[in-house]
Design a protein around this ligand. Structure first.
Ligand SMILES: C[S@@+](CC[C@H](N)C(=O)[O-])C[C@H]1O[C@@H](n2cnc3c(N)ncnc32)[C@H](O)[C@@H]1O
Length: 273
């Protein structure tokens, strides 16, 4: 390990121990997000999902933006993917919004390790300057200036080349460049087992859910990051509206504390006698 990596690891570990809220400038005892890492250390060290998260953070060069909250969210994501694969839910995998490939790499690894048969994984992203334009649904009580909005948009940009590098050891994925939902019609006859919707804003979240949910196999899952995230109120609004629209086929909606939700598609029940 180089000295630079050693220092970086020590800093990350110290930050994690203190809790994410230190980064937010809050005192741990006053913050909701404080996580006592010491109490959970044996679990954290023994669980391979944390190792896979770290591996993916390294591959995508994101270690500097590690937080305990993010770590826990990707742990939940891994459990969901593994469950769908263990249950052999039929269909492809999809991801709307891949950025530098953190969740895409994790998804590929789990598919390769746990899928009982071949699976296709379709990734959709603008690959063009990050997030799309905000609409009124995306502007909540945490309003930011247009300048900050542009910075945010740019922050989430990545290129297809970056993704190809991050996923170079896999051959079962497709990269679909374009603004959601431009490329969806190419997949209208596909069926899906798991879909990760991570596009932050109202319109692309709504369009992704409305396209994929009807094509989800029973027992399949749509996972959405950013649910309840104060800076992206449009994601929660879109998911709540979509769940209402598709209510008859929804078996379960589960909020993952701190920024995510998943929706399970119900099995079709036989009509009563
Ligand atoms: C938060 S990042 C995704 C993070 C990624 N899932 C991960 O876990 O590392 C959001 C991504 O959504 C993409 N995106 C946002 N709005 C989009 C739209 N309307 N069409 C296509 N891509 C979009 C951005 O380019 C960005 O890569």
């Amino acid at each position: 390990m180089t000295i630079k990596n050693l220092i970086r690891t020590a800093l990350e570990s110290a930050t994690n121990r203190m809790g994410y809220d230190i980064l937010l400038g809050k005192r741990p005892e006053k913050s909701l997000a404080y996580v006592d890492r010491n109490q959970w250390e044996p679990y954290v060290n023994g669980d391979p999902r944390f190792a896979l998260y770290r591996e993916s953070m390294e591959i995508t060069d994101m270690l500097a933006s590690n937080t305990t909250v993010r770590e826990l969210r990707y742990h939940a994501l891994q459990q969901l993917i593994s469950t769908v694969l263990a249950n052999d839910v039929p269909g492809d995998f999809a991801e709307c919004g891949c950025w530098k490939g953190l969740s895409a790499y994790i998804t590929c690894k789990l598919i390769r390790e746990y899928s009982s048969g071949p699976r296709q994984f379709h990734i959709f992203d603008s690959f063009e300057g990050g997030l799309s334009e905000k609409t009124s649904e995306d502007r909540g009580e945490h309003t930011i200036s247009r300048e900050r909005e542009n910075e945010e948009k740019e922050y989430f940009s990545s290129t297809m080349e970056q993704l190809k590098r991050a996923l170079s050891e896999f051959d079962f994925y497709t990269l679909n460049k374009g603004w959601i939902p431009e490329r969806f019609p190419e997949y209208q006859d596909n069926r899906f087992a798991f879909v990760n919707v991570d596009v932050d804003l109202y319109e692309p979240t709504r369009d992704s859910f409305d396209f994929f949910f009807p094509r989800l196999s029973p027992g399949g899952i749509i996972y959405c990051d950013d649910y309840n995230a104060a800076f992206f109120p449009g994601a929660k609004k879109a998911i709540d509206e979509c769940v209402e629209r598709h209510r008859a086929d929804v078996a379960m909606v589960f909020e993952i504390p701190l920024n995510a939700v998943f929706v399970v598609k119900g099995a079709s029940l036989p009509a009563p006698d």
